[in-house]
Ligand binder design. Sequence first.
Ligand SMILES: *Cc1c(COP(=O)(O)O)cnc(C)c1O
Length: 372
Amino acid sequence: MTASPEPAASAGVYAGLIRPSVERMQPYSSARDEFEGMAPVMLDANENSLGSVGPDDFSRYPDPHQRAIKEELAQLKGVAPDNIFLGNGSDEAIDLLVRLTCTPGQDRIVVCPPTYGMYEVAANLNDVRVERLPLNANFQLPADAADQLARSTAKLVFLCSPNNPTGNLLAREAIESILRHFKGLVVVDEAYGDFAAAPSWTTRLAEFPRLVVLQTFSKAWGLAGLRLGVAYASATLIGYLNKIKPPYNISAATQQHALAALAAAPQLLEMQADLLRGRSYLVEQLPTLPIVEHVFPSDANFLLVRFNIDATAVYDQLRARGIVVRNRTSQPGCAGCLRLTVGTATENDTLLQALTEIGAGGLQVPAAAAIK
Ligand SMILES: *Cc1c(COP(=O)(O)O)cnc(C)c1O
């Protein structure tokens, strides 16, 4: 046996950032990599040429590079197709970014709590340590965030903007300063970007080669069940993600449906406007309830709300009325807080009515609506 050659591309802006084993490895070469397109007789991938069990034909492996979706998405977002990676939800992109940069048991990532829990789960799963750079009382990056990160040898920082569960955008200047001073990858998670009145960080990719932007079809597009997430980055970084992804990570069903959704993109704007109207309505109504202490400003499709009575009791009473929200009371800086997703106009009113009743001393729970 011969040893693998030394890591090759670890020079320049990505020096020391790509895990050496990833540099060395050969990616899987799928049948659909070696022969693209269709011939009259396709006997290369051990598929079932007779067809599929069930109503639809899914007998053929999907395009491992999802070219059709990337073409459409590139047009819509004003980036090049080779700046796009598609994942089985952005959760797959999060996991792959950790694995791309961090050697288990050795390397670290940075998260800024309170924030999305999957960053830490991905790190834990991969035996990667987590450094915490907590947001300040306004849920913004602390003034010395870039200085702290400049001293950190972590491989990657996750910045969620608009942030989950707080709802606010992180200040542009703070992110920019981190991009200039931190030597690792800067991952800006824009899962809720479609609800914010700020330009996407995808517009800055050419300026910052260590910037990765995450977006998803799960929120504004209303396609959480499809599992389709997007990472935008330099062609080099996207190349690495493609190297380590499972070859057929986006199913044929997902690819077909995503293309149909992209063709109907104007619908997105209508839904977006509707949800923003719902958010404004809740922002207006919630503070009029005596049990509501504070509604945090939101650039997302949810509101973080602080109660002046036991928030977990409010959570339980909502649940007993058939309304499930997210209890965030144990998150740093979120004591007394529930996270409420903006729903339909009817759901929003149902929620407000229930909160009114809970405030009035908790009426009898209607048995029919109770969740076991
Ligand atoms: C909902 C959410 C996602 C989306 O994850 P998917 O796997 O694409 O469904 C990503 N990041 C944040 C912060 C989220 O809240």
